[in-house]
Design a protein around this ligand. Sequence first.
Ligand code: SF4
Length: 342
Amino acid sequence: MIARCFAWRRVSPISLSYTHPVHPRPRGACSSRVEPIVFGPVYSRRLGWSLGVNLVPFKTCTWNCVYCYLGYAQPVVERRRWIEERVVVEKVLEKVRSVHTDYVTLVGIGEPTLASNIGRVVELLKSEVGVRVAVLSNGSLFNRGVAFEVSEADYIKATITSVDEDKWRVLHNPAAPLNAEEFVEGLWLASRAAKSFHLEVMLVDGVNDSPEDAARLGSVIRELGVTSVAVNTPFRPGWARWVNPPAPERVLRFASILERVSGHRVEVLTGRGLRPPRIDPSKPGESLAEIVSTHILSWSEAVEALREAGVENPEDTLRELVETGVVKARRVGSETYLYRED
Ligand code: SF4
């Protein structure tokens, strides 16, 4: 599962149906080599400094999501041991001796649970390296024993888009034996087996972003034992050119309904986990309005950004921008988000 942040772009409108144009040059995973095995560390608000570990070759995945920026590739379900687990441990040990590491994250450029030795890798990283381990997965193999293989990880995250079989297939183009019902069963197992289980909901304009979609998904999430739920949208062009992120108002409405129905606090990912956006100190209000025309910002992120730009009363500046209609504000749970619709 690839990591993403929140932003949007719009491509020229193409009428959307539940079929999609096939890439002119379908291809499978381009190499059986796994490189790099260890990368980073990179900082994220949730995990702190995280060292990435890649266990599978480029775009080796059980799905072929329409929003995947790694390109088009035939999905697979056969699991393999591409890298010997001792090699992973040695590479990680070498790195953690020289850089501060809060987490080692099994993520990479494909689906990490396709590595048949992922359970052993988690075990060795914990017992021999002594680090906290995160697994970022699409969750598609959790019902096939994987939920228990990785249950020793400290943090497990899976992606969900829809519980509707047709929509799920359109968005993920899964390998032949996979289906939405078993996928949800796998999430249920993982949510019971994991120490902490996190869900990221990926929204695509016009496919899975309606209030009805939110209510249906919320009623399923309510039954899972999740630690956190976040809503995200594609931020880079995927291989399917018709894919667009939904408009901000639609994302926030979806998140509100999801929060109400699921009974979980829902965070809207803004992609600003690293640093607050840079505001032009000579025109802070205008500069902030420009930023929120392409990125949703939470109120607290906006306050921090204005403060960094030297604005003395950032809350007053924000209130004025909202009251004059320059930017819009919407509350989702305990957080207020700022956005603009041109
Ligand atoms: S196809 Fe989907 S699950 Fe697989 S790597 Fe791409 S975005 Fe992640």
